[in-house]
Design a protein around this ligand. Structure first.
Ligand SMILES: [Mg+2]
Ligand SMILES: [Zn+2]
Length: 189
């Protein structure tokens, strides 16, 4: 399971740079706990161009992820790993200025996760609010579900032909995933 971060799990406040700024979208922690219960690994796939723009550092971002890990743990949920892209072609910070293969809509982060954890991408899902999430998921071969939180409503029309499903929010998306996984498991029996 690949999840976008901002606008999907937590409220998208432009360039989240501190743990205090983490606000979970209602139901998102419950949704991740349900994914854990299904026995699927949960990976966050996030563009963090604020690092390239000099608005936050990698260590600021790791502090945010640490706070998210802690909040998940308090609620009995778990994110298995975070994959992030700190780059931007017009970066202010030179070391991050590149046209990389990881910034969504490119599928690089999903491919990296797949290699690291031996994931079958065709059996995987990408959930996110933006068109680029759907494009990255499709390019990697996953089933794609767009959520209407974050930029989801604004980018709903743009992602129309790319996504496979649409849901109100992450909790709703996970209900779709559960029914698909349930069907797949039945068909194996
Ligand atoms: Mg997003
Ligand atoms: Zn990148």
């Amino acid at each position: 399971m690949f999840l976008d971060r901002d606008g999907t799990i937590n409220v998208d406040v432009d360039y989240l740079s501190s743990p205090e700024g983490v606000e979970f979208i209602p139901g998102s922690i419950d949704a991740i706990r349900e994914l854990n219960a299904l026995g699927v690994n949960v990976f966050v796939i996030t563009n963090q161009s604020g690092i390239a723009r000099g608005l936050l550092t990698e260590s600021d971002m790791h502090a945010v992820h640490g706070a998210m890990h802690a909040a998940m743990q308090r609620h009995g949920a778990r994110i298995d790993d975070f994959f992030f892209c700190p780059h931007h072609p017009d970066a202010v910070v030179e070391q991050y200025r590149k046209r990389c293969a990881c910034r969504k809509p490119a599928p690089g982060m999903l491919l990296e996760a797949a290699a690291k954890y031996e994931i079958n991408l065709q059996a995987s899902f990408m959930i996110g609010d933006k068109f680029v999430d759907m494009q990255a998921g499709k390019a990697a071969g996953t089933v794609c579900i767009q959520v209407c939180t974050g930029y989801g409503t604004a980018e709903r029309a743009a992602a129309e032909g790319t996504r496979d499903y649409i849901a109100d929010d992450l909790f709703g998306a996970v209900q779709i995933v559960k029914s698909i996984i349930h069907q797949r498991r039945q068909s194996y029996e």
